[in-house]
Design a protein. Structure first.
Length: 575
């Protein structure tokens, strides 16, 4: 199913609202000929999760006016030829010709390249010079590491199994090894290990032989080393705690950080110490049942623990990023866990809770035998369940190719204000899952089928059925098609949220930022709310639509300032 005329019109409308292109859409005037180096855009969109769309006959310099193309058939043939002959692997666009405001616009849907063939690149520039990635509204040439991350995903990396040539078996903790190997007799009774220690370590991939001498593998050193940082100083976990919602808010004494710690040692030691530090830094709320008081941490410990374990188990240990460390950042409204290296294999942000692929097989097996992980792909689901069980939003997963982020937000979904707002739908026949989706959309404005699944712990068909109910009740509206379909609150409900008293918390914070700084940019919103560029762009676009903000400039120079009361009939000051 290709784009319809209405889909194309909607894409153009969204570009106009936000004043810039986005990661999934590139607009070009292209009256009669293809723009130069459109192959770079083909590469970038093909390498993007979900692919993207090229609009020809839409001029960004004229505020995304539909300027039209003269010969849509010629441009289709030219673009199809470029995509087939100049790209490796070949790209197969799907075309839609639409009349927009009396002009002919050509839309080309660019499918995502199969994971086993990425990165798609421009043949004439070669793999190293012709591979591009989409960053916001621009195409950026991939770094050597980003290319490596795609190519390595085609096979099974062995970085964790490589011997550390500068280390010896004496650098391993013998007491930890003894306890581990003794426990294997119970947990893996069919495992037949040699009698002597060096051969045992070789059999377990804790060591590898180099010129007849056993040396610790990277995985063995990280798990059982006395002090792995002697050899790899950056293989640590750091913890930063900030006073506010971004890095710039100073603490009570003007300090940059409320806490700044590094955790060293073996992986089991790092996980233990980091977990304790994070827990003691959380706010606590009291739950009183009868005469018993229970202190509930701000974030479920299960979720944070799984994020930490996933970070050390799945990070990239290749030479490209071995000097990078895992970072945990705690803000007043969220915790972020950043690990070096993007997602591996066929795993994406959309399928991360169902698709499984292990980058570090030796390390994972050792951690599994230590009962620190369950190598069953259950960690992501455990995070989602723990957050929802605590009445918090599901975690946000962001693959930034050179790093992977997990973000936990501490905003309770069903607070008193949300329950009061839901009261207006008491006469509508919808279930609790559907009500939860409405509360989510009240704050986030946009929801995909996968978001609904994670929010309510349901499968795809159930999510589709429930979303159709909300559409039929005219509570939400569907936009886009196929993998790009998303939902937002019905226009009447969005308009009702325009008053400051009804604004979701994230919009209040954006307006407060504008009051303090005069304007806000996409990058400011990303830092302020802990969201990605497309989410920030969409939120800002909604605020422009509702008259809360005024767009100034276009593309990378776009800024948003407060709309004058005379423009909207509403005051944006929050007092």
């Amino acid at each position: 199913m290709t784009l319809t005329r209405n889909d194309v019109a909607k894409l153009i409308e969204e570009l106009r609202d936000t004043g810039s292109e986005c990661s999934e859409v590139e607009a070009k005037a292209a009256g009669s000929d293809l723009p130069k180096r459109l192959d770079q855009t083909l590469s970038a969109l093909s390498n993007r999760s979900g692919g993207g769309v090229i609009l020809l006959g839409v001029d960004e310099a004229q505020g995304f006016s539909a300027t039209g193309v003269r010969d849509s058939k010629k441009l289709q043939d030219d673009l199809a030829g470029l995509a087939a002959d100049s790209m490796s692997p070949p790209v197969r666009p799907e075309f839609t010709v639409a009349r927009i405001e009396g002009r002919t616009v050509l839309a080309a849907e660019i499918p995502e390249c199969p994971a086993a063939q990425k990165p798609c690149h421009c043949k004439k520039d070669g793999l190293a010079g012709g591979s591009y990635i989409r960053v916001g509204a621009s195409n950026r040439r991939m770094s050597d590491y980003e290319i490596h991350s795609y190519v390595s995903s085609r096979g099974q990396p062995r970085d964790d199994a490589e011997p550390v040539l500068s280390a010896s078996l004496g650098d391993l903790d013998e007491s930890a090894l003894e306890k581990f190997i003794s426990a294997l007799a119970t947990s893996r009774p069919k495992l037949d290990l040699p009698e002597d220690r060096p051969r045992q370590l070789l059999a377990l991939n804790i060591a590898a032989e180099v010129d007849g001498v056993p040396r610790p593998t990277l995985a063995g050193l990280l798990v059982f080393g006395k002090y792995p940082q002697q050899f790899f100083p950056q293989l640590v976990v750091t913890f930063l705690r900030y006073a506010g919602t971004d890095e710039t808010t100073p603490g009570p004494m003007g300090e940059r950080f409320l806490d700044n710690r590094g955790f060293e040692g073996s992986i089991p030691e790092i996980l233990r110490d980091a977990e304790v530090r994070i827990l003691t830094s959380m706010q606590m709320r009291a739950l009183i049942t009868g005469l018993i008081r229970e202190d509930i941490p701000e974030y479920p410990l299960v979720a944070v623990r799984e994020a930490l374990v996933n970070a050390v188990a799945h990070r990239d240990y290749s030479g490209y990023v071995k000097g990078a460390y895992i970072q945990v950042r705690m803000f007043s409204d969220r915790i972020e866990v950043h690990s070096p290296g993007g997602l591996f294999g066929a795993v994406t942000e959309d399928n991360i809770d169902t698709e499984h692929s292990t980058r570090n097989q030796v390390l994972m097996r050792l951690l599994e035998d230590l009962h620190l992980v369950e190598n069953r792909g259950t960690g992501i689901q455990a995070m989602i369940r723990a957050m929802r069980g605590a009445n918090l939003e599901p975690p946000v997963f962001q693959d930034r190719r050179s790093s992977f982020w997990v973000i936990f937000k501490n905003h309770t979904m069903m607070d008193a204000e949300a329950v009061r707002w839901l009261g207006r739908f008491s006469g509508v026949d919808i279930n609790d899952h559907e009500r939860t989706a409405l509360v989510y959309l009240r704050t986030h404005h946009r929801m995909a089928n996968r978001d609904y699944q994670r929010l309510n712990s349901v499968d795809g068909p159930t999510a589709t059925r429930d979303l159709r109910v909300l559409v039929s009740e005219r509570l939400i509206e569907q936009h886009g098609t196929r993998g790009g379909a998303y939902y937002e609150l019905a226009s009447a409900l969005r308009e009702a949220l325009m008053s400051a008293a009804e604004l979701p918390e994230n919009q209040r914070r954006i307006l407060s930022y504008v009051e303090e700084h005069g304007s806000v940019a996409n990058a400011d919103v990303r830092r302020l709310l802990g969201i990605n560029a497309d989410q920030a762009k969409y939120t800002l676009g909604c605020m422009v639509k509702s008259g809360l903000l005024r767009l100034e400039g276009h593309s990378k120079a776009a800024k948003y300032s407060a709309a004058a009361p005379a423009d909207t009939g509403q005051a944006t000051h929050l007092g």
